[in-house]
Ligand binder design. Structure first.
Ligand code: ASP
Ligand code: MG
Length: 407
């Protein structure tokens, strides 16, 4: 007997008919003789609606109360799914995150899981129940309800799969798997059979919206075999796994884009030790997550430095940058609010020099200016103007022949 964790996202449980469809998928797994733990998201756009109500009342809601509110979405789904399963003749029990024993830190609205006890889950499984767990939530040591950040139900599912040492964790969603690019933007994008944790982590972090990046981190750390698949058909999805032998043939797995960041450039920083440290300490103290950091080669005893942040953090980041710039005597601080980042991700990116050349040529052929470039072992990212994103991803995808496989 295997232990299977299944996770169903918001669109898969958007109404009661869809919840019945989910119940059938759960039962199929159960009738194959497996123990099943199901993690669900809030129905459809419920989380958005709940949060919108909060902002109708106040522009500055308490984060503790926001979590209290947002966590109710998932609670609706678990109860309804349990009822659907009962009606179909199966033993099922719903549990909130705190009831399961998902302990988090106290950073409301983006809490991190610190510990999960498997005891109550095991008790329910041993008495023959299908256990349905509310995704996206946990509680602090003193019992306050927390949420794990938008899209966090994936993380709940993978974390449970890790503590239970599940045989697999299937993430059911509204797409058939992980694609070489967002199919809404690139119609000839191709579904991948498999992708490595590292590549998936890059894609998720860089803006592919199929999996929560913390879920992928967990899966990688605990070696949880993940599958991303559709809840609306029975086709095999995309396996997210450790690198295997034949994956070496694959040079590029996908193209990702992100239009949620803004760039801040600090020009004319004095070129001596401690300046970057001071700037990024200030940003860290303001709890601002910084993404792409670039420093130019210095000249005339000065340096230019740029970094990107989430647009919602732009004002706070700008305040930090301006304050530090003034303290250390930098020349000026400039903001590019409407940038986008397009990235090519693949295990072979570093060793195949043609990838960068082809990517840059694809952009050049479309007259798209590259504002910054950064690379890692498995990715190349370019900052471009936001308005060029659609054109850019299609051009790069075509130039790298991703619709037919990159060999
Ligand atoms: N319901 C939450 C959200 O919409 C969590 C999730 O769907 O994973 O962000
Ligand atoms: Mg969701």
């Amino acid at each position: 007997m295997a232990l299977v964790v299944q996770k169903f996202g918001g669109t898969s449980v958007a109404d009661t008919e869809k919840i019945r469809n989910v119940a059938r998928k759960v039962i199929r797994e159960r009738e194959a003789g497996n123990d099943v733990v199901v993690v669900v998201s809030a129905m459809g756009k419920t989380t958005d609606q709940l949060l919108a109500m909060a902002y109708e009342l106040t522009q500055n809601p308490s984060l503790r109360e926001l979590d209290m509110l947002a966590s109710t979405g998932e609670q609706i789904t678990i109860a309804l799914l349990a009822m659907a399963l009962h009606e179909m003749g199966h033993k099922a029990v719903s549990m909130t995150g705190p009831q399961v024993g998902i302990l988090t830190d106290n950073i409301h609205s983006k809490a991190k899981i610190v510990q999960i006890s498997d005891q109550r889950l095991r008790e329910q499984l041993e008495t023959g129940h299908i256990v349905i767990v509310a995704g996206f939530q946990g509680a602090t040591v003193d019992g306050s309800i927390t949420t794990l950040g938008r899209g966090g139900s994936d993380t709940t599912a993978v974390a449970l799969a890790a503590v239970l040492k599940a045989d697999c964790c299937d993430i059911y969603t509204d797409v058939n798997g992980v694609y070489t690019c967002d199919p809404r933007l690139v119609p000839n994008a191709r579904k991948l059979e498999a992708i490595t944790y590292d590549e998936m982590l890059e894609l998720a972090t860089l803006g592919a919206r199929v999996l929560h990046n913390r879920a992928v981190e967990f899966a990688k750390r605990y070696n949880v075999p993940l599958q991303v698949r559709s809840s609306f058909n029975d086709e095999p999805g995309t396996m997210v796994v450790k690198e295997t032998g034949n994956m070496e043939d694959i040079i590029v797995s996908g193209v990702a884009y992100n239009r949620t960041e803004a760039q801040i450039k600090v020009y004319g920083l004095p070129d001596h030790p401690g300046v970057a440290a001071e700037l990024f300490k200030a940003l860290h103290d303001a709890r601002i997550v910084v993404d792409m950091i670039l420093q130019n080669v210095g000249h005339d005893d000065t340096n230019d430095l740029s970094f990107t942040v989430a647009r919602e953090d732009l004002n706070a980041a700008l305040d930090c940058a301006k304050a530090v710039a003034e303290r250390v005597g930098a020349r000026e601080v400039i903001v590019s609010p409407n940038i986008a980042k397009v990235s090519v991700v693949g295990a072979g990116v570093q060793s195949h020099t043609d990838v960068a050349a082809n990517m840059f040529k694809a952009l050049a052929d479309k007259q798209i200016n590259i504002q910054s470039i950064s690379t890692s072992e498995i990715k190349i990212s370019c900052i471009i103007a936001e308005e060029d994103v659609d054109k850019a991803v299609q051009a790069i995808h075509d130039a790298l022949d991703l619709s037919v496989g990159s060999v």
